[in-house]
Design a protein around this ligand. Structure first.
Ligand code: AMP
Ligand code: ZN
Length: 116
């Protein structure tokens, strides 16, 4: 799939509504529709990248910006301390269901390790 029929591209462009918590020219974050924690946001590049496997050297900066956004949203939501979890699933074995990379930011409760 390219970006033209991608749910998260449509959220990034504003074509589909979402509860946005953070936005820059290149990155947008919105609340997950099926939250797994008191705060569960998805942080995406506005530009379509399907999975981690498609990342190229030139994507290093945008991937870094996803993590910068995670730290900023954690601050906004008030859980920088005691902490939070960020996760990116890649392909079916890890449970990826939307093929536009997204960093899950989960906070507001304790998390166990290892994850399921
Ligand atoms: P993953 O399983 O890692 O691909 O995560 C996809 C996430 O997208 C899931 O946590 C879904 O609940 C979430 N999701 C699917 N559709 C929407 C939507 N329209 N708005 C917000 N979150 C969504
Ligand atoms: Zn996309």
């Amino acid at each position: 799939m390219n970006g033209s029929d991608c749910l998260f591209c449509k959220i990034g462009s504003g074509e589909i509504e979402a509860n946005i918590v953070y936005e820059t020219d290149e990155v947008i974050a919105f609340r997950d529709i099926n939250p797994q924690a008191p705060t569960h946001a998805l942080i995406i590049p506005k530009r379509h990248i399907a999975t981690i496997n498609e990342l190229e050297e030139t994507d290093a900066e945008i991937v870094g910006k996803l993590f910068i956004a995670a730290g900023e949203i954690a601050g906004q939501e008030g859980f920088s301390e005691p902490g939070y979890r960020v996760t990116m699933n890649c392909n079916a074995a890890a449970g990826q269901t939307v093929f536009h990379i997204h960093l899950h930011l989960l906070g507001g409760r304790d998390f166990s390790w290892p994850p399921g």
